[in-house]
Design a binder for this molecule. Structure first.
Ligand SMILES: C[S@@+](CC[C@H](N)C(=O)[O-])C[C@H]1O[C@@H](n2cnc3c(N)ncnc32)[C@H](O)[C@@H]1O
Length: 197
């Protein structure tokens, strides 16, 4: 078994053992350790949350005083401590539903969005970045001043432009690839700290 496959298995096994719904859970865990995107008491919105690994991690990080809402176009089985909404990020009523739940602007938006991939990288990349712009539209309305965000980014022609767009909204941004993210995949994570309203 190649080292890479072994590591991949490691996270999958860990997720099974620790009751997380996805190995992706470890990506958020690792990102949060380095950047503290989510802290205790945070109100957190998870866009593109199915099957729910990130939401589970967010619930743990935000704790009893926090609130977490997960949104996905696909069905997500109930997650203790989180509110789940089945909707597209492009739904025009989404912002209203989010604000109804939280009752105020929130502290973090986490986006692990992925389109159904076609296998044609240029198409998949363009669609993934387009989803991120849709998330950003929602984020602009719901994130509080000083809030944080993280976006999965399929790396390609439009990544730099998306990063510059986020640079204009946050005090600091950083592109990173957590260990739990498979090396051959071209996914990166854009961590954004200190939203400027
Ligand atoms: C990689 S998965 C997220 C995994 C999740 N972070 C976890 O840890 O379980 C990406 C998700 O984006 C969702 N998605 C894609 N397009 C969407 C859209 N327009 N609105 C809402 N969710 C969408 C997909 O349904 C999919 O569940």
């Amino acid at each position: 078994m190649k080292l890479l496959d072994a590591r991949r298995d490691h996270y999958r096994r860990l997720a099974r053992e620790q009751g997380y719904r996805s190995r992706s859970a470890y990506k958020l865990k690792e990102l949060n350790k380095s950047y503290r995107i989510i802290g205790p008491g945070f109100y957190v919105l998870d866009l593109g949350c199915a099957p729910g690994g990130w939401t589970q991690i967010a619930v743990g990080l935000a704790g009893n005083q926090g609130r977490v809402m997960g949104v996905d176009a696909a069905y997500v089985e109930e997650i203790p401590g989180a509110s789940l909404l089945r909707a597209s990020v492009e739904d025009k009523f989404l912002v209203g539903d989010i604000m109804d739940y939280f009752g105020r602007r929130i502290n973090a938006v986490i986006c692990d969005m992925s389109p159904s991939v076609t296998g044609n990288w240029s198409v998949d990349h363009a669609r993934q970045i387009a989803l991120n712009y849709s998330c950003s539209k929602v984020m602009d309305k719901v994130l509080t001043s000083g809030g944080n965000a993280v976006f999965k980014v399929f790396d390609g022609d439009y990544s730099e432009e998306f990063r510059r767009y986020m640079d204009g909204k946050f005090s600091r941004t950083k592109i990173t690839k957590p260990k739990a993210s498979r090396k051959p995949s071209s996914e990166l994570y854009l961590v954004c700290m200190g939203f400027r309203r």
